[in-house]
Design a protein around this ligand. Structure first.
Ligand SMILES: NC(=O)c1ccc[n+]([C@@H]2O[C@H](COP(=O)([O-])OP(=O)(O)OC[C@H]3O[C@@H](n4cnc5c(N)ncnc54)[C@H](O)[C@@H]3O)[C@@H](O)[C@H]2O)c1
Length: 278
């Protein structure tokens, strides 16, 4: 029976809601984050929801902290069945405005954090014939303007997940990738970008989601049970992805005119971001 899950970025937002969704099924949870206060709150909520587990501070940029977390899962839970590479940060800004440091920061957390999580836990997952759930974004599929570093990181998570899907079938390790559009969490707290106006615009988009982080966690739970590889929780996101597969030029044209509007807006009040990404 599989009932042990590790989640990065479990101190807030989607990571917390995933913990609670699986806790309601009685799972044991290894909760990791750089946010100690958030982690403690999540563990308390997990216990109230019927689960149990432990917390461990872990910065996904540091491979040795991830291998230490894997070791803790081994010692405290006897192994692990599912890992959720969820920790992430927000970014925005036109390519010409982004520094190389912005790129390195973004890729080190949102892409390499996932690579390192998969690598550190693979030996445990091979033993349990477990499962990897990587949290990407619609930005992996629809590259909106003024978020190239985020788009590239998330597209990398998708490509990594597709690569692991085919490679790890041999070891009977299952793989899923989740691509949500915007939804309300604390993601804005980590925003890094050249203009405050753009940050404000991202805040509005997070608020505009018709579904919550809890809805998304529940959708992921059901799609994982159905063995779906690519999980698109937002209805508008699913529709937009179908359009792009049929007629990619239509999406490129829409994104290009959105970039024009954003440039014009940036000249007056500030920048904006496309609705179906992040
Ligand atoms: N909120 C959205 O609109 C949205 C949309 C698509 C995808 N996502 C993705 O969902 C995931 C979860 O984000 P969220 O929206 O719940 O945001 P959030 O900020 O509420 O939660 C992210 C968590 O990751 C943690 N974190 C950040 N850097 C870390 C690091 N280096 N090591 C360990 N933990 C770290 C933060 O402390 C935080 O607790 C992210 O990968 C994000 O890119 C979010």
């Amino acid at each position: 029976m599989q009932n042990r899950m590790m989640i990065t970025g479990a101190g807030s937002g989607l990571g917390r809601e995933i913990a609670l969704r699986w806790a309601r099924e009685g799972w044991q949870l290894a909760l990791a984050d750089v946010n100690d206060v958030g982690l403690k709150e999540t563990l308390e909520l997990v216990k109230q929801a019927g689960g149990q587990g432990f917390v461990q501070r872990c910065d996904v940029r540091d491979y040795s902290q991830l291998t230490a977390l894997a070791q803790a899962c081994e010692e405290k839970l006897g192994g692990i069945d599912v890992i959720v590479n969820n920790a992430g940060v927000a970014a925005g800004g036109f390519f010409c405005e982004l520094s190389l440091e912005d790129w390195e920061w973004q890729l080190s957390i949102n892409l390499m954090g996932v690579v390192k999580g998969c690598k550190a836990f693979l030996p445990l997952l091979e033993r349990s014939k477990g499962r990897i759930i990587n949290i990407a974004s619609m930005a992996a599929l629809m590259q909106g303007p003024a978020m190239s570093n985020y788009n590239v990181a998330k597209a990398g998570v998708l490509a990594l997940s597709e690569s692991l899907l085919v490679e790890l079938r041999h070891q009977q390790v299952a793989v899923h990738v989740v691509c949500p559009s915007f939804f309300q969490t604390n993601l804005l707290d980590s925003f890094r970008g050249p203009t405050p106006a753009m940050k404000a615009q991202v805040g509005k988009l997070l608020e505009s989601s018709p579904i919550s982080a809890a809805d998304i966690a529940d959708y992921i739970y059901r799609q994982v049970a159905d063995e779906q590889f690519m999980i698109l929780p937002h209805e508008l996101g699913r529709e937009a992805w179908q359009v792009k597969q049929r007629d990619p030029q239509r999406i490129y044209d829409e994104m290009a005119s959105m970039a024009d509007k954003m440039r014009a807006k940036a000249k007056s009040v500030g920048a904006g971001l496309p609705r179906d990404t992040m």
